[in-house]
Design a protein around this ligand. Structure first.
Ligand SMILES: O=P(O)(O)OC[C@H]1O[C@H](O)[C@H](O)[C@@H](O)[C@@H]1O
Length: 533
């Protein structure tokens, strides 16, 4: 019923130019400030009727109760029978969080303290490589065991005062070979990051790193650490328990940056800055739990997403950080959002009644402006855009460049909204063309406008603010998942490809025949074998 009402309201208002709604009152009403951040969603076609209906969706799905169930350790990941408690990893005040009758906080805080001791020792040289102080850290992991720390280490580059950090994820040997070539085994720490410690890409790369290390030092295990839930497997790999940082199955891979998977980030920026990062996320958790939906950043961001994708039918969402250090944020959000909400089956096993989550993609501004913004402005489809912008960068001496960056960010959302009509397009080239040619040329210069965007603004990309931003997106994914009625915390869709890859490996190596393979796959194997695979 609410969905129908939303669709009807969209149909009735879709042709309206939303710019006409915009005045000072709307700019105030359709933006929310929480902590240090401001989310502006005034440049959308959402009006108060649409917004009220969207709030009805939240009430209809019992969001408040489901949110509380997540924070208090209920097994809301129903297909795997697990709690979802990445929030416990940043619950720095240590109030109890119960899972199956047990408080998980003592373990969480003890592991955090062990990570801090380890990170400090690596940074100050009391834990050393066999050739001296650790100069390089290589994090080997994939998916959630890579994208989070890789994104955050880049994002917080201005705070990076520890050893160099490298991230190896791809099973393509080009990845690890390229990194190891730049490192000295005698002063490198290898961190094997894998929740399950079975992921074939990570284990293959870890063994390659082990062999590389053995050529340079006598005790390879002394320069390895592991981040995993599987203590038996890390021991079997030869990593001493003192260098294993464990976590529980209630931390999903793509939500794991806050705990041991964040070790490389902690070594890079130091335990104090890492705590500030956790505190930022914790502040967002507290906001999400306490704020009324009208003032609730994650809820509003989720509703804007639902309006644009499930109601308006815009197929993709572009994340456009005007913050070069966030250049891995779109990739990080691709996993967070698409692996969480890219599902066609509802929690109860029935087909999803509405569209699953959107395609998420993006690149930092201003680079994207000189590449794909053409389509965003003049393509036949509409892309909902999400801009991120800081008031200040970290290069004080070049603040004028930052101001230019800000101007570009604001210009884009304005251009998307306003567009340029035929008359002004004509006027802009009237000195060059006349008659029919003027008309023809002018049409190429028309921007339809009326294209929506939201802008997330913050003072500066500090560890605290980054924690807030990432937790904001996590909770947005949660809200969207609840409204869509699916389980955001499993990922069965990645399994089939893994199974088939395992079966194809001996075929590719020529140890097994092509029986049962489809003709296309067989022909491709044949081609690759003829060319030396
Ligand atoms: O941390 P791991 O167990 O090695 O898992 C790494 C990644 O691979 C899996 O296939 C999942 O799709 C991801 O959610 C996960 O983050």
């Amino acid at each position: 019923m609410v969905w129908d009402n939303l669709r009807a309201h969209h149909a009735a208002t879709a042709d309206r130019r939303f710019e006409t709604l915009l005045d000072t009152a709307r700019a105030d009403d359709f933006s929310v400030t929480a902590g240090e951040m401001r989310l502006d969603y005034a440049k959308t076609n959402i009006d108060t009727t649409a917004r009220d209906l969207l709030f009805d969706l939240l009430d209809q799905t019992g969001l408040a109760a489901k949110r509380d169930a997540m924070f208090t350790g209920a097994a809301i990941n129903e297909t795997e029978g697990r709690a979802v408690l990445h929030t416990a990893l940043r619950n720095l005040d240590g109030g109890p969080v119960m899972v199956a009758g047990q408080d998980v906080m003592p373990d969480v805080l003890a592991t955090l303290a062990r990570m801090e001791d380890f990170a400090r020792a690596v940074r100050d040289g009391s834990i050393r490589g066999q050739g001296g102080k650790i100069t390089d850290v290589v994090n080997i992991g994939i998916g959630g065991s890579d994208l989070g720390p890789a994104m955050a280490v880049r994002a917080l580059a201005p705070y990076h005062d520890g050893p160099r950090c490298h991230f190896v994820s791809n099973v393509d040997p080009a990845d690890i070979a390229g990194v190891l070539r730049r490192c000295d085994p005698a002063t490198t720490l290898v961190i094997v990051a894998s929740k399950t410690f079975t992921t074939i890409e990570t284990m293959t790369n870890a063994r390659t790193a082990q062999a590389w290390m053995a050529q340079g030092v006598s005790d390879t295990g002394a320069q390895f650490a592991a981040l995993s839930t599987a203590a038996d497997k890390t021991a079997a790999f030869g990593i001493d328990a003192s260098r294993v940082f464990g976590f529980a199955d209630w931390v999903g891979g793509r939500y794991s940056l806050w705990g041991p998977i964040g070790l490389s980030l902690m070594i890079a920026i130091g335990p104090e800055a890492f705590r500030a990062f956790l505190r930022g996320a914790q502040a967002m958790d507290q906001h999400f739990r306490a704020a009324d939906w009208h003032e609730n950043l994650p809820a509003l961001l989720a509703l804007v997403g639902i309006w644009h994708h499930q109601i308006c039918g815009y197929p993709t969402r572009a994340v456009l950080p005007y913050d070069n250090n966030l250049n891995r944020l779109p990739a990080y959000l691709q996993q967070l959002e698409m692996e969480s909400n890219g599902k066609g089956v509802a929690m109860d096993g029935t087909d999803l009644a509405v569209a699953s989550g959107p395609v998420v993609w993006g690149e930092p501004g201003t680079n994207g402006q000189h590449a794909f913004y053409q389509l965003i402005h003049q393509g036949t489809g509409i892309v909902s855009c999400e801009f991120l912008i800081a008031a200040r960068g970290h290069e004080d001496a070049l603040h004028h460049q930052h101001q230019l960056l800000v101007a570009n960010c604001l210009a884009q959302s304005e251009a998307l909204m306003r567009g340029r009509d035929l008359d002004s397009a004509r006027a802009s080239i009237a000195d060059k063309f006349t008659g029919d040619e003027l008309d023809r040329q002018a049409r190429h210069r028309v921007f339809t406008g009326n294209r929506p965007s939201v802008t997330l603004a913050y003072p500066q990309l500090t560890p605290f603010v980054l924690g807030q931003i990432i937790a904001l997106y996590e909770h947005r994914v949660f809200v969207e998942g609840v409204v869509l009625g699916l389980n955001s915390y499993d990922q069965w869709g990645v399994e089939l490809g893994k199974e088939l890859a395992t079966a194809l490996q001996p075929v590719v190596e020529g140890r097994a025949g092509l029986d049962g393979k489809d003709a296309s796959t067989a022909a491709l194997v044949g081609f690759l074998q003829r060319h030396g695979v």
